[in-house]
Design a binder for this molecule. Structure first.
Ligand code: ADP
Ligand code: MG
Length: 484
C-alpha cells in the first residue's frame, strides 16, 4: 500500500484471510469443473478477515454477479464449513491493473452480507505508445459492423449463456473487465459472428467506445499484404492500433501466416497495454489452434475464453419464433416445433429452413403447415421426424417396461413404476418442447419440481450406471423409430 498512509488491513487479518480462503478453494475445487474453477475462483484474492467477515477481491462487477448467480450456494456452504455457520463474505470489486480503465473501486453486498469501504490496492498504469498518432489526425474508421447483429435479437439459451453474458459485460465496459481478450469459440453457424458484432454495435450505440472495427482474419491478412506491397505499413499499423475495440473474426485463418501473425501480435500488445478491448472468435479453443504462434495462443488465454454449444430444442424453437415474429409471418407453433426438432446442429441452417418454407409457401401459393414443412425439410435433413408428444412417450416407455401406461400417471410409488415414470419425464423434457409444468400435468397433475427431481435423478444414474445408460438408449431408439 505505497499510496496510502494507513495500511488497508492488518497483516495478521490478511494472513488469516488468505489461509481461510485457501481452505475454501481446496473444497470448491473438488466440486466444480476445472475450467470453471480456473475462470471464476483463481482470480479471487482474499484480503481481510475480521469479526467473522471474510473480504475477497474480484476483478469486476460482472464477475461478482456471475459468482452470486451461479456459485452462491457453493460459496455459502463452503464458508460455513471452513469458518462457521454465521460467517459473512464481502466482495470488493477491483479491476486488475493492466486493464485499468476505471478508477472506481466499489464494494458490493451480496444478500445480507456486509460490505466495507476499501481503498484502491494499486494504481493503474497507463503506458503511452509513441506510435499512435494524435486523435485529430486519426484515419476515420469503417466499422464493417452489420446493424442486424444485436444483443436484442440474440436468443439466450443454456448453449450460449456464458458467451452472451461475457459479451454483454464487454460491450458495456470495453477494456474495463478482466475479459481482455474475450475469445468466443464454437462450431459453424452457432452465433459467433452475431455475438461479437453485437458487442461492437452495442458499444458504439451506447457511447462505450468510439473507434470500433470488425474485421475477419482474412481481411486483416489482405490489408497487411497490401500494406507491404504499397509500402504503407505505418498507416496499416496505426489504423488498427488506434481502435478502442478491435473485433477479429475466425482467427483460425491466421494459421500458417507467420508475418501476419507477427503484425497482429504487435497490434494486440499495443491495444492490450492501452486498456483497449480485443474480441476474437475461433472455431476451436485457442490452445487447440494449429499453425499459430505460441506467443499469440498464450496471449489469447489472458482473458476469458467462452464456448458456444449447439442450441437445445427449446432455444432452437425460441430462435425460430423470434425470426418469424421479426418478419411478421404467422407460422403455426407446431410447424416451428417440427422444424426445431429436425434441424439440430446449426442455427444458420435453422434460419435457412424457415426462409425456404416462406419462399415455397408464397411461390406455390400453399398454406404454411406440417406438410409443407416436411417438403422443405426433406431437402435438408436425411430423415425427417414427426414431432412427438408426451402421451406417445408414456406409451413407449410403459411398453418397454411392460407396464400399463396409466400407472405412469397414477399416484403409485412402487419402485419400478417410479423408475419408469422418471425415465418418461426425462425423455419428455429432452424430446418435446413442453415446459416442466406441462410435463407435470401430463403425469397426473404433478408439480414442476417433481419433474426437475426426476430429471436430476435420471441424470445422476446415467453418470453412474452403464446398464441404465443402455436402457435409456434403447428406449430413445424406440421412440425415434416411432416418429420416423
Ligand atoms: P458463426 O459465426 O458461429 O458461424 P453466425 O453468427 O454467422 O454463426 O450465426 C448464423 C446465423 O444464426 C446468423 O444469422 C445469426 O443471426 C443466427 N443466430 C445464431 N445464434 C443465434 C441466437 N442465439 N439467436 C438468434 N439468432 C442467432
Ligand atoms: Mg462467423
Amino acid at each position: 500500500m505505497e499510496n496510502s498512509t494507513e495500511p488497508l488491513v492488518s497483516s495478521v487479518a490478511s494472513k488469516d484471510a488468505e489461509r481461510l480462503w485457501l481452505e475454501c478453494l481446496a473444497l470448491i475445487q473438488q466440486q466444480i469443473a476445472s475450467q470453471s474453477y480456473k475462470t471464476w475462483f483463481e482470480p479471487i484474492k482474499a484480503i481481510n478477515f475480521e469479526s467473522n467477515e471474510l473480504s475477497v477481491q474480484v476483478p469486476s462487477q460482472f464477475f461478482y454477479e456471475w459468482l452470486e448467480e451461479h456459485y452462491y450456494v457453493l460459496i455459502k456452504n463452503t464458508l460455513a464449513r471452513v469458518v462457521g455457520g454465521d460467517a459473512r463474505l464481502t466482495y470488493v470489486v477491483i479491476p486488475p491493473v493492466e486493464d485499468g480503465v476505471s478508477d472506481t473501486i466499489s464494494s458490493v453486498q451480496p444478500l445480507s452480507i456486509h460490505a466495507q469501504a476499501v481503498e484502491p490496492l494499486s494504481n493503474k498504469s497507463f503506458v503511452a505508445s509513441p506510435s499512435i498518432p494524435k486523435a485529430d489526425n486519426l484515419q476515420p474508421v469503417k466499422t464493417y459492423l452489420n446493424p442486424r447483429y444485436t444483443f436484442n435479437n440474440f436468443i439466450k439459451g443454456d448453449s450460449n449463456q456464458l458467451a452472451r453474458a461475457a459479451a454483454l459485460a464487454v460491450g458495456n465496459n470495453p477494456g474495463g473487465t478482466s475479459f481482455n481478450p474475450l475469445v468466443l469459440y464454437g462450431g459453424t453457424g452457432l452465433g459467433k459472428t452475431h455475438l461479437i458484432q453485437a458487442i461492437g454495435n452495442y458499444a458504439l450505440e451506447n457511447g462505450k467506445a468510439k473507434r470500433v472495427c470488425y474485421v475477419s482474419s482474412e481481411k486483416f491478412t489482405i490489408d497487411f499484404v497490401d500494406a507491404i506491397g504499397a509500402d504503407t505499413m505505418r498507416d496499416f499499423s496505426n489504423y488498427y492500433r488506434s481502435m478502442d475495440l478491435l473485433i477479429v473474426d475466425d482467427i483460425q485463418f491466421f494459421s500458417g501466416k507467420e508475418k501476419t501473425q507477427d503484425s497482429f501480435f504487435h497490434t494486440f500488445n499495443t491495444l492490450h497495454q492501452e486498456g483497449k478491448q480485443i474480441v476474437l472468435s475461433s472455431d476451436k479453443p485457442p490452445k487447440e489452434l494449429r499453425g499459430l504462434d505460441e506467443r499469440l495462443i498464450s496471449r489469447f488465454q489472458w482473458g476469458l475464453t467462452a464456448d458456444i454449444q449447439p442450441p437445445d430444442l427449446e432455444t432452437r424453437t425460441a430462435i425460430l419464433r423470434k425470426k418469424s415474429e421479426d418478419d411478421r409471418i404467422d407460422v403455426p407453433q407446431e410447424v416451428l416445433d417440427f422444424i426445431a426438432a429436425n434441424v439440430t446442429s446449426n442455427i444458420r441452417e435453422l434460419e435457412g429452413c424457415l426462409i425456404s418454407l416462406l419462399a415455397k409457401a408464397s411461390l406455390e401459393n400453399r398454406e404454411i403447415n406440417i406438410d409443407l414443412a416436411r417438403d422443405v425439410l426433406r431437402l435438408v435433413v436425411s430423415d425427417v421426424r414427426s414431432p412427438i408428444n408426451v402421451e406417445e412417450i408414456q406409451r413407449i416407455v410403459a411398453e418397454f417396461f411392460d407396464l400399463p401406461a396409466d400407472l405412469l400417471r397414477a399416484k403409485t410409488r412402487k419402485q419400478e413404476i417410479v423408475n419408469a415414470r422418471q425415465i418418461a419425464m426425462y425423455i419428455a423434457k429432452e424430446m418435446t418442447n413442453c415446459s416442466l409444468k406441462t410435463i407435470g400435468l401430463h403425469f397426473g397433475g404433478r408439480d414442476h419440481s417433481t419433474v426437475i427431481h426426476a430429471y436430476q435423478s435420471v441424470e445422476d444414474q446415467l453418470k453412474l450406471d452403464s446398464k441404465y445408460r443402455d436402457t435409456l438408449q434403447s428406449i430413445k431408439r424406440k421412440i425415434e423409430n416411432a416418429i420416423r
